[in-house]
Design a binder for this molecule. Structure first.
Ligand SMILES: Nc1ncnc2c1ncn2[C@@H]1O[C@H](COP(=O)(O)OP(=O)(O)O)[C@@H](O)[C@H]1O
Ligand SMILES: [Mg+2]
Length: 344
């Protein structure tokens, strides 16, 4: 962890001629040391200083900071509403961006609820970023394209081991056939894996969107890689109440959001059924979370269970909420509906 004097030294290094008048750590959303500081400069401007995680090696820290600085600069030059970079040093593992005043989407959803959110504006900004990073994907040659896709498909297959297991147990509890639920989950996996992947953030959660007076602003681009766009946008739009005893899953995704994403997404990617894929990824994420949480409850002594239960400390309330979300349809999708009805 960087102490505040160290952050003040970083400021002098990253912004020659300036000094820090005040340094304040940003409360991290989970149980880890703060990595972001709000710094008020001697000229009154506020900036965010992000320091690479202490657990990563110096090389990895440098790469993540350099990646984030490059992505933010590129997206900013394309007109995306990302925070301007004001300085960075990969060797020191530090990045300075303009401070964005406003709550994160995570906070806004958990305090004011989904009706307080302009989902269309967030989706528009999301798609602008997808388009911005697509130019980098287009430079991949065939071999790199294939490798990216096959590693994503492998990861998705491993996710679906959990999804299948959750589908069987939910079906069993409601007196349905576990094997029919498993078959329907396999069909959903095929639908997901037939989608096109895109290049973008691999860390997509509602704490990575700031709602400032200039509109939604996506932050945290230290990990970039291939993923399904529907999975990414779904992850961004669900608040998870990390570490909060009264926390739960609150999502801005509903049928209206599904229709909006279909309309906006299809204008960008003509060949892809955006709404149905969003629905498929949402159901996948809900079942995956059910499985992880159920496992954590039954084997609390495992280190990964302990970590999850710290992030999601009220598993019973959360499991009942997830069981409701299983039946939240975002867009007509016969494949997902078949699984929903197999779950009972
Ligand atoms: N430019 C910024 N302006 C205002 N707050 C920021 C800014 N950058 C980060 N934050 C705050 O710090 C938190 C963590 O930043 P983030 O870049 O997501 O790092 P990480 O999640 O890796 O710790 C964000 O959720 C947000 O609350
Ligand atoms: Mg983050």
């Amino acid at each position: 962890m960087f102490d505040q004097d160290r952050v003040a030294d970083l400021v002098c290094h990253l912004l020659p001629g300036r000094a820090a008048a005040a340094v304040q750590p940003v409360e991290p959303s989970t149980n880890r040391p703060p990595s972001v500081y709000k710094v008020t400069l001697d000229d009154g401007r506020a900036i965010a200083i992000k320091t690479a995680s202490a657990s990563s090696s110096a090389d990895a820290a440098g790469i993540s900071i350099a990646t984030e600085a490059a992505v933010l600069s590129r997206l900013g030059s394309l007109g995306c509403n990302t925070p301007p970079v004001v300085g960075f040093d990969a060797t020191l593992g530090a990045l300075a961006t303009e401070w964005l005043e406003g709550p994160t989407l995570e906070r806004k959803l958990s305090t004011d609820g989904p009706n307080a959110i302009d989902v269309e504006l967030i989706m528009r900004e999301f798609l602008a970023i997808e388009i911005g990073l697509d130019s980098a994907r287009k430079r991949f040659d065939d071999a790199r394209n294939k490798a990216a896709r096959s590693s994503l498909v492998k990861e998705t297959e491993s996710t679906f081991q959990s999804v299948r297991s959750a589908a069987r147990s939910v079906a069993e509890v409601s007196g349905r056939s576990p094997s029919a639920a498993e078959d329907a989950a396999n069909e959903l996996r095929r639908q997901v894996c037939e989608g096109a992947w895109t290049l973008g953030s691999r860390d997509y959660n509602a704490s990575n969107i700031m709602l400032s007076s200039k509109g939604p602003s996506f932050i945290d681009f230290s990990a970039i890689g291939a993923d399904w766009a529907g999975r990414r946008v779904g992850g961004y739009l669900i608040a998870t109440g990390p570490g909060r005893k009264d926390g739960n899953f609150i999502t801005a995704l509903d049928q209206r959001a599904g229709l909006t994403y279909e309309r906006l997404g299809n204008a960008v990617w003509q060949e892809r059924p955006a709404g149905a894929l969003l629905d498929a990824h949402f159901l996948t994420a809900v079942l995956y979370s059910i499985e992880r949480l159920q496992n954590a409850v039954t084997t609390p002594e495992r280190p990964d269970s302990h970590t999850l239960l710290k992030a999601w400390p009220n598993p019973d309330e959360r499991l009942s909420r997830l069981n409701e979300l299983v039946h939240t349809r975002l867009y007509p999708n016969p494949t997902a509906d078949r699984l929903r009805s197999a779950l009972g």
